[in-house]
Design a protein around this ligand. Structure first.
Ligand SMILES: Cc1cc2nc3c(=O)[nH]c(=O)nc-3n(C[C@H](O)[C@H](O)[C@H](O)COP(=O)(O)OP(=O)(O)OC[C@H]3O[C@@H](n4cnc5c(N)ncnc54)[C@H](O)[C@@H]3O)c2cc1C
Length: 461
């Protein structure tokens, strides 16, 4: 379908972003709105929703990449789907500018109502050299690349006679001790340990995993007591956990650390692998709009999830999830707002679906209210941490809760079956530690075969 074939004569509910909020909302409303003569249009540069809590498990090879994403065309069949990026919003004229992916066309799309559900991007700081060296853990591609890269570094290290090169290849640094960073380092350590145990040329003690966290604790999602136990368990596994520490500079392969309390140098280490998971910020496209944004770049909404400025709600504009500053009526959220997590995102989508239908019927809207249920985190095979309704769990029970919860929570029966099957296969036959090489440069073999002048391989993530 070319863009000039998009629906013109039906009232359009435009959802910008098909992630947690957008996908859940579209699933709930697509058939109802179609049957009432309207259309739900979802615009997203990815033709799928990414189940982000599974990225650490994808990076450790427990789950195949495609099983951690939910394809829009398969599961949002009653929606109009546009694989593109919204660049700007002119709400006064109910129009957005969309850019098709890659070299796709740029065109304007009109709507009756808009939902801003664009989520967040990785937040970085102006640390010299960081952009040249590090990789995030926010997309499925990053998770897949990290898996192959870590396993490839192990192969490289096993053949070198240069001790410095070997140490560098086997030093893996993760910055950010939230659930994304803690799960990533713990899952990667577990995978690397399995890979090294299958390699006679290396010892597990050759591996060096370092978690760098600027605050005095990790995992604010679980209780302080549980977080301290996680740190102790990580350290017992040989993972170095550096609290009150951040990066001052990345000079090529050399990562320089700084003590966040007195700003003194806190050592340096050479590494091939630097993974940055230290926070997120609201997706930036909302800034190119006439809708109200707060000082952190989030769309301002009322508790009923309507976009709301100083003069009250904007007619026909809604926002939720990581992109929005949603008031936390329980009073628990920092600054009075909901923290950006999936637990809120799916529930906000459910409230919004009800409110959009209620608004159409002229009925009163509901305020979003959700008390935190707790958190679960997987920290490698049979290891985990959880705080559920105030009850702390660790080890095997927390790991089992993590798998049960996320196996249940990933949308669609079809994806649940894939994920549970892959977990089962891995438990039965052991972890698959094969790196897939040349994913970054897949034409290399053909170019060489065709006699092209192929430059020497360059190792970089
Ligand atoms: C590694 C990791 C682990 C996590 N683990 C947990 C966990 O265990 N528990 C938990 O509660 N939360 C977890 N979270 C947080 C949770 O995933 C997010 O809070 C949640 O995804 C937010 O939902 P959302 O719909 O706002 O954004 P997203 O799910 O990120 O969806 C946003 C969508 O908008 C699209 N988009 C972006 N820009 C545009 C544009 N210009 N035009 C159109 N579309 C656009 C994106 O492609 C994306 O599909 C984790 C996050 C990460 C990164």
């Amino acid at each position: 379908m070319a863009f000039n074939q998009l629906a013109k004569d039906r009232p359009r509910l435009l959802i910008v972003g098909g992630g947690y909020v957008g996908f859940t909302l579209a699933q709930k409303l697509q058939t109802r709105i179609k049957e009432s003569g309207g259309v739900v249009t979802v615009v997203d540069p990815n033709p799928y929703m990414t189940y982000l809590p599974f990225l650490p498990e994808v990076s450790a090879g427990n789950i195949e990449a495609r099983s951690a994403v939910i394809p829009h065309r398969q599961h949002l069949a009653d929606c109009e789907l546009i694989t593109g990026r919204v660049e700007s919003i002119d709400h006064a004229n109910r129009t957005v500018t969309v850019h098709g992916i890659d070299e796709g066309p740029e065109f304007e799309l009109t709507y009756d109502e808009i939902v801003l559900a664009g989520g967040s991007n990785t937040r970085t700081f102006p640390i010299p050299g960081l952009a040249d060296k590090a990789i995030g853990m926010k997309t499925i591609e990053e998770a897949v690349s990290v898996r192959n890269w870590v396993l490839e570094r192990i192969e490289v290290a096993s053949l070198t006679n240069d001790e410095d090169e070997k140490r560098k290849a086997l030093t893996f640094i993760v910055v950010g001790g939230g659930y994304a960073g803690s799960e990533t380092i713990a899952e990667l350590e577990d995978m690397a340990r399995s890979a090294v145990q299958r390699n006679d040329l290396l010892k597990v003690s050759d591996l060096r995993f370092v978690l760098v966290e600027a605050m005095g604790r990790i995992m604010p999602e679980v209780s302080e007591d549980r977080a301290e136990k996680v740190v102790a368990e990580m350290r017992a596994r040989g993972i170095e956990v550096l609290l009150n520490t951040s990066l001052s500079e990345v000079d090529g392969d050399l990562v320089k650390l700084i003590n966040m309390q007195d700003k003194s140098p806190a050592g340096e280490m050479a590494t091939d692998t630097l993974i940055w998971t230290a926070g997120v910020q609201a997706a930036s496209f909302a800034k190119n709009s006439d809708l109200p944004i707060d000082d952190r770049g989030r769309v301002r909404v009322g508790a009923d999830l309507r976009v709301t400025g100083n003069d009250g709600p904007f007619e026909g504009a809604w926002a939720a999830g990581d992109i929005a500053a949603v008031p936390d009526l329980t009073g628990a959220g920092p600054g009075g707002f909901c923290v950006p997590n999936a637990q809120h995102a799916v529930r906000q989508a459910a409230t919004m679906a009800k409110n959009i239908m209620a608004a159409h019927k002229g009925e009163p809207l509901e305020d979003y209210y959700h008390e935190n249920l707790g958190s679960v985190a997987g920290l490698g095979l049979y290891k985990g941490a959880a705080t559920i309704r105030g009850i702390d769990l660790g080890g095997l029970p927390a790991w089992a809760m993590h798998r049960l919860y996320h196996g249940y929570a990933i949308p669609t029966v079809e994806r649940k079956v894939r994920v549970f099957t892959e977990w089962g296969v891995n438990l039965l036959f052991g972890r698959d530690t094969t790196p897939l090489r040349h994913l970054r440069d897949p034409r290399r073999a053909f170019q060489k075969a065709a006699g092209a002048d192929v430059p020497a391989e360059k190792a970089s993530l």
